[in-house]
Write a protein that binds this ligand. Structure first.
Ligand code: SF4
Length: 840
């Protein structure tokens, strides 16, 4: 039994079929070391994560090393895998995870911890590193949550702290050496410990006081008792994302991401990333342009996101953005700046952003009052915020999203009320611009104190306190034009437990998993009661982890060194109480956090490197929304066979649009807020149905050159399973009414009665069935929708169905079951292939 047999039973099969464009072919040479890179969340989250793809390409670029991907299955698929006894597998080869040398698991957030257990369990690998056999893979962790790895430390053989790009190759080479030397698991772990930034949990043993706090952490290794974070000195060495994997299934951030800078030294006192990704390391504009060029060309994405902790702080942004827009606006590629900071968004930048599509507009004041913003060192004033909002409204945005935290240190009722006042003033800034009715969405999250920050000692507010503030905001925020959204305080509570948790929590994760906890970051799956009951059953006090910590206390992450000094964090904490501002070391000189040695590690900033590029004058600039006069329509016929047929219709549309861009076939675009290619598709195929005769019509501004085989060219840039059969000029209307022939193969022979039912159906003029949609039932006569049925043998038949635009149709499998009277059985799905179609 393998995944193909359960695909018909899976809700979103596209997550599990792999075969994406730019997936690297399996190496022919026998790889010495192979990795399964695992993202412990669903495909749509994991594939949106840059880090995973960067590591995937780095490893596969190395001779003798292979890397494949795997994501956490949803609950339904987990159940099916268990029922059918199918081990969890890597997407590229379908190999079980247990057959790899190394399983690399990213730790992106605290609520993914039960997913790690799901992955290990479905792979037949024991949860605890100490229980694993010699033949089990080594399980290596890394990523954001590695800075306090303690709650999951027992599940890992080793955890890499800091930038993974250099360490991951070192790990592979070390394992290669260990294999040559025939080392056992312990020997491999000891060798891994020699790599900078490698944390071997079994080398550290925490002890606890009666109060529950850590009393000491014993070290049994041979290096230093502190694990120092790895720092990649310069992003210029990192150019591995020239050919990003293009997902077939819909994902959360479905676009080309380019990391333009790593690190942010604005110094927000609540922000862990601001400490653990220091210092700022910018790419040059030329490198970004090169990555954009190769990335868009090789992927076909229509959106490019400039990624950084604070994109607006990229020192060459005013030079970069016009350059990008001048290059891509006429190709309808929009540029998104997902993490802009108030005060860095100039009107000039906003004007550039909206040239193709107006991407979302989110501002994060974090706190409502000026006083509290000083406490957290946000460094933005109300005036900055309102000025940015007024400009955005004036430039055509009519929705601004504001993000705030509740529960910040020193917070009072007045600070909460200031959120309302600021939201109202923001909306009013729009009316000053004179541009109609504007909307403001207010998003609220509960502050979770994070390790290695100046606020790591603070208390986290309770669920009840969070609810009290949210209810106050709900009651006081005006109705019209405002919307309040909030992150579930119960999820923030659990996040807080793990963020500053210790090693004893691994027992809680196991216990909750055994009680059914899964996919805890998904609100429809999260169940706090399950965690609370498990905690009670093993005598763990969850509230203990949210308390204020004493500054002298040994914190559970004491042995993990972020390279930022403790004295600096304490000084920042003291400054927060006095409302003293700490400037950004990028602009105002080193603030002595202790990280840089100014030899290999130092801020890398390219200020003023880029000559300013202006927008082309309106007359000469290509206007993306203006349709040229001429239109040339082509019919593209193609087949889709194999696993790719498990994608949905919308997923197929996206694949075709991107392939057209990759093949450099320029279409006309629709007008409006979100321009899309002028391509018309035939009737949607049911998921799982193969086809030898799909088609779409595309409208081009100029004819295709005759000396190029366009069908081959387009086929070459499509994922495995899709083949273009022909591309030819089309001078007729879009086919509206067509007859489609399908071949159906049943899993068991047709009985005499079923054959008789087919004859009866064909002899009738009327065959009424009840169809229920959105709770409403109606009778329809399906007889005119079935032109013919021919039995080919005892299990196969060909059926011709009529499809008329705008009228109800029938799916081939539904027709089969209605005509033969055979019950629908998800376990006994028909194999359906579309053979041909003709206009009627
Ligand atoms: S050592 Fe100085 S320059 Fe380096 S990140 Fe810290 S404050 Fe900035």
């Amino acid at each position: 039994m393998n995944i193909e047999q359960i695909l018909p039973l899976i809700t979103r099969p596209g997550r599990y079929i792999g075969r994406e464009y730019n997936v690297l072919p399996q190496k022919r040479d026998h790889s010495v070391v192979d990795w399964a890179l695992v993202f412990p969340d669903l495909y749509e989250i994991g594939m949106s994560h840059q880090g995973l793809q960067i590591l995937y390409h780095i490893l596969n670029d190395e001779p003798g090393i292979t890397a494949e991907r795997c994501f956490c299955p949803d609950r339904n698929t987990e159940t099916l895998l268990r029922q059918k006894d199918i081990p969890l597998f890597a997407l590229e080869s379908g190999r079980p995870l247990s057959s790899f040398d190394l399983i690399g698991i990213t730790l992106p957030h605290e609520l993914c911890y039960t997913n790690i257990l799901t992955i290990l369990n479905l792979s037949g690998i024991p949860f605890l590193a100490r229980d694993r056999k010699e033949s089990d893979p080594l399980v290596i962790g890394g990523g954001t949550c590695a800075f306090n790895p303690e709650p999951v430390a027992d599940f890992f053989d080793a955890i890499l702290i800091g930038d993974g790009e250099t360490g991951i190759v070192d790990i592979s080479r070390t394992i290669n050496t260990a294999k040559e030397q025939k080392k056992n698991r312990k020997g491999k772990r000891d060798l891994l410990a020699t790599i900078d930034g490698m944390y071997i949990p079994s080398h550290f043993t925490p002890h606890y006081l009666e109060s529950g706090a850590v009393s000491r952490i014993d070290y049994s290794g041979t290096k230093e008792p502190k694990v120092r974070r790895q720092v990649l000195p310069d992003l210029a060495r990192l150019d591995h994302l020239k050919k990003p994997i293009v997902p077939n299934a819909r994902i959360v951030h479905d676009r080309l991401g380019i990391e333009i800078a790593r690190g942010c030294t604005r110094g927000c006192r609540f922000c862990q990333a601001g400490i653990t990704y220091r210092p700022v390391r910018e790419r040059t504009v030329d490198q970004i342009m090169e990555l954009a060029e190769t990335g868009i060309k090789s992927s076909g994405f229509d959106e490019l996101a400039l990624l950084s902790l604070s994109t607006g702080d990229y020192s060459c942004l005013s030079g970069l953005l016009p350059k990008l827009m001048n290059r891509y606006a006429d190709q309808y590629v929009s540029v998104a700046l997902p993490s802009m900071r108030v005060g860095t968004l100039t009107e000039e930048l906003m004007d550039e952003i909206k040239r193709v599509r107006k991407t979302g507009f989110t501002l994060a004041p974090e706190a409502g009052s000026e006083r509290l913003r000083q406490v957290i060192n946000k460094g933005i004033t109300e005036e900055d915020l309102l000025q940015t909002a007024a400009s955005a409204f004036a430039l055509g945005w009519n929705l601004i999203k504001l993000y705030f935290m509740i529960g910040l240190p020193t917070e009072t009722e007045e600070d909460i009320d200031s959120i309302i006042e600021l939201a109202k003033k923001t909306a009013a800034a729009g009316s000053v611009s004179g541009k109609g009715r504007n909307r403001v969405n207010v998003s609220i999250g509960t502050f979770v104190p994070k390790p290695h920050t100046p606020f790591q000692w603070e208390r986290q507010i309770t669920i009840e306190e969070s609810r009290k503030w949210i209810n106050r905001l709900k009651a006081r925020l005006p109705r019209g034009g405002f919307k309040l959204k909030w992150h579930d305080p119960e999820q923030s509570y659990l996040e807080g437990v793990f963020a500053r948790g210790d090693r004893r929590l691994s027992a809680l994760i196991i216990s909750s998993w055994l009680s059914g906890a899964r996919l805890d970051s998904w609100s429809d799956s999260f169940n706090l009661a399950c965690w609370q009951e498990s905690a009670a059953s093993i005598n763990i006090d969850l509230d203990f982890y949210l308390r204020q910590r004493d500054e002298q206390e040994i914190l559970p992450w004491h042995h993990i060194d972020s390279l930022v000094e403790q004295e600096y964090l304490l000084a920042e904490r003291n400054k927060s109480r006095a409302g003293i501002y700490t400037p950004d070391c990028r602009y105002k000189g080193c603030q002595k956090c202790g990280l840089c040695d100014f030899k290999t590690i130092r801020p890398v900033v390219h200020t003023k490197d880029t000559p300013k590029e202006t927008k082309p004058m309106a007359a000469s600039r290509k206007q993306p929304r203006k349709l040229p006069e001429e239109r040339f329509t082509y019919l593209v016929e193609y087949s889709r066979t194999g696993l790719i047929s498990y994608l949905g219709h919308l997923e197929f549309l996206q694949i075709i649009f991107r392939a057209l861009r990759r093949a450099e076939i320029k279409t006309h675009f629709s007008k409006g807020f979100n321009p899309s290619p002028k391509v018309s598709f035939g009737p949607a195929l049911p998921v799982g149905t193969e086809s030898l005769c799909e088609f779409f019509l595309m409208e081009l501004p100029s004819p295709l050159a005759e000396n190029i085989s366009w069908a081959d060219r387009l086929s070459r840039v499509l994922p495995e399973g899709i083949k273009v059969l022909s591309i030819s000029p089309w001078h007729r209307k879009i086919p509206q009414n067509i007859a489609i022939t399908y071949r159906l193969t049943a899993r068991s022979k047709l009985s005499t009665d079923e054959k008789q039912s087919i004859d009866t159906f064909l002899g009738a003029t009327h065959f009424s069935v009840t169809r229920t949609r959105k709770g409403k039932s109606r009778e329809i006569n399906i007889r005119p929708l079935v032109s013919s049925v021919h039995l080919l043998n005892d299990t196969q038949l060909e059926i011709v169905l009529i499809s008329r635009s705008g009228e109800p149709g029938i799916k081939p499998a539904d027709a089969f079951h209605l005509i033969t009277g055979r019950e629908q059985n998800p376990q006994q799905q028909l194999a359906v292939i579309k053979l041909n179609w003709t206009m009627i």
